[in-house]
Design a protein around this ligand. Structure first.
Ligand code: SR1
Length: 324
């Protein structure tokens, strides 16, 4: 990369190398996150190398070691299993490399944590579910433990059930793998066959929600179910806004913005600036009703209509150019 006039060292000279080591590489959320990271890197003259983890903890761990050996100045760790990452992340720090974590808690005060305010995200989604369906309904819940964002959203689900005895969790299912949506769809069918009285599904990851919708469409019960999720993509908007869609609301950031923020955070560390320890990108509520009423068809339409969705002030600095 080229030098940035007026930027602090080493960005003034250019040639800064950063690695983005992912755990989940496929799916709309992660593709968009990576695209945003790449755009912000380009604006900063950073040479960003993306490693695809493919849900393999051992491979991701090795990739962090590869990045260290490549001589990068910064590493962004995107999701993963804390136990297989903590020591290699410390090894990177010991080598003078700056580290930022997105959605994986490495429990290290030297490693800033990027997140999407997952408690607020889940709270907003569940408040919408209660406003649409009342305080008593039979619920299905899609959850896989061990992912920091899902675990944080789960805390809010547990609190919500505790505060509302009329909300009954009839079944819980979910899978995170190469084909999360179709695996979740298969499990959803089984869950509905055993519990035909489920009327609300909390599916706080868009691949989960997509799987649930696939299943309810196939079972012909989409008019009897409402789905509340996290995340959004252009493909999701199409699914949510479709006629007769049971997917009525989602709470989401623009994942590209989260990618931009992650790169800005590591850039600030490399420049010797403090981006803060908890770096939060706030999500917004997106309802089927609003998408239809405002003819929103793409993530770009959302960016244009909702300024809070299209950009974030997190980890900014006067010398950091906006991603284009
Ligand atoms: C398996 S974890 C999936 C979640 O990670 C990000 O936080 C996205 O919001 C997605 O829901």
């Amino acid at each position: 990369g080229e030098g940035l006039a007026g930027a602090p060292a080493p960005f003034d000279k250019g040639g800064v190398k950063v690695a983005l080591v992912t755990f989940i590489s496929a799916g709309d959320f992660f593709q968009s996150y990576q695209a945003g990271a790449q755009k912000q890197a380009k604006a900063l003259g950073i040479d960003l190398q993306i490693f695809s983890g493919r849900q393999d903890a051992a491979a991701q761990r090795e990739q962090v070691e590869q990045a260290i050996n490549l001589g990068v100045q910064g590493i962004i760790i995107d999701h993963g299993q804390p136990e297989s990452l903590k020591d290699v992340a410390q090894k990177a720090l010991d080598a003078g490399i700056k580290v930022v974590a997105f959605d994986v808690d490495l429990g290290n005060p030297a490693i800033p944590q990027v997140e999407q305010s997952d408690h607020e995200l889940a709270k907003t989604a569940l408040e919408q579910a209660i406003s649409d369906n009342g305080k008593a309904f039979n619920a299905g819940y899609v959850y896989v433990a061990g992912f920091a964002p899902l675990d944080r959203r789960n805390e809010v689900w547990e609190e919500t059930k505790k505060a509302n005895s009329g909300i009954v969790e009839k079944a819980r299912w979910g899978a995170v793998n190469d084909t999360t949506a179709s695996s979740t769809a298969d499990q959803t069918k089984a869950a509905f066959q055993a519990n035909p009285d489920i009327s609300v599904v909390f599916a706080p990851y868009d691949e989960f929600a997509r799987g649930v919708k696939l299943a309810t469409d196939e079972l012909g019960i989409s008019d009897k179910v409402k789905i509340y999720s996290a995340d959004v993509s252009t493909a999701d908007i199409t699914e949510i806004a479709a006629e007769g869609s049971p997917w009525v609301a989602t709470v989401a950031t623009n994942p590209a913005v989260v990618g931009e923020v992650s790169v800005r955070a590591v850039a600030k560390l490399i420049a010797g600036e403090d981006p803060g320890h908890n770096i939060v990108v706030k999500p917004v509520l997106i309802t089927q009703k609003d998408l239809r009423a405002n003819a929103i068809k793409t993530v770009e339409d959302l960016d244009a209509k909702l300024p809070a969705f299209g950009k974030s002030d997190a980890a900014t600095a006067a010398w950091i150019p906006a991603a284009k």
